[in-house]
Design a protein around this ligand. Sequence first.
Ligand code: TXA
Ligand code: MG
Length: 327
Amino acid sequence: MKNDETIHQAAQIIQNGGIVAFPTETVYGLGADAFNPLAVARIFEVKRRPYFDPLIVHVASPADVKKLVKEIPSNVKEIIKRFWPGPLTVVLFKKEDIPDIVTAGLPTVAIRMPSHPMALSLIKESKRPIAAPSANPFGYLSPTTAEHVRDQLGDQVDLILDGGPCPIGVESTILSFLEERPRLLRPGGVSLEEIESIIGKVEISPIEDDKPSAPGMLPKHYAPRTPIVLDWNEKDLDHYKGKNIGLLAFQEPKNYLKFQSIEVLSKKGDIREAAANLFAAIRRLDALDLDLILAEPIPEIGLGRAIMDRLRRASKNVYVGFNNDKV
Ligand code: TXA
Ligand code: MG
């Protein structure tokens, strides 16, 4: 089937209350009509996502924001002008008619206009905003290919649009505009440096164990089955003799011998390339039945901040201290 026909079919599914997985420039989303609470409920069921974790509403044009929120502050207009379509989500006070299931009962809504042509066509043809989280089971890695979605949610969604691998590979940056100063709730595809160059200083919400800043930003997230450890050094490797260890390397590593398998995120050390490869590389390591994945830290500039945020969350609560043998 040609792309146009498939998108047309997908739009009809959305209009009829179904759910469709679709590519965006960041990760694959699982979408439903944002104004159909029953359709949105199916997303929560399929993902096994807790209802306290609100969804992002995807629009096809900046003009659509007016229909969803009470007021658009001038710095939001500026930032939208600069970064939409693209990997930036803004949180604003919502209009009453957005169903509570979308926003988890909050008085606010998260909105973004993706730049992926398939995502844009789908929203346009559906003629309504699409509520969509990432298309993965709750707490697991986000999908960056249609196969990832098929493997994990395949028979539970009505259609999967295949747009190839996602070019950015980490989720959108989430900025909230509810207070005096904008606040970064999740680092992502647009870097903090780029944002601050347009709207000035932004507050940063750190990961908190018991009180996530974005309701869904639980510290343990993006986790594969295999434990990931981020805080380690060469000496620790001796403790793991006889274990199968994988390495998630940023660049070409110096030491190949001690690892069962190695994934290099970017041979030339390009952070954008590393982000695009991140989730697929972790998935490949996770499929090998390793005892442990050791991840190399990435410089926290540009997209490096988003990568390190995901790695920290993926490695949170991994109780595999180097002094015991519980690996
Ligand atoms: O790149 C992306 O943003 C992808 C693609 C599919 O667009 N979507 C995505 O959605 O990552 P999801 O559901 O996996 O993450 C959305 C995050 C959650 O942590 C949620 O808590 C937060 O956005 N969020 C949604 N609405 C919010 C609100 N009103 N206030 C604060 N955080 C909100
Ligand atoms: Mg997600």
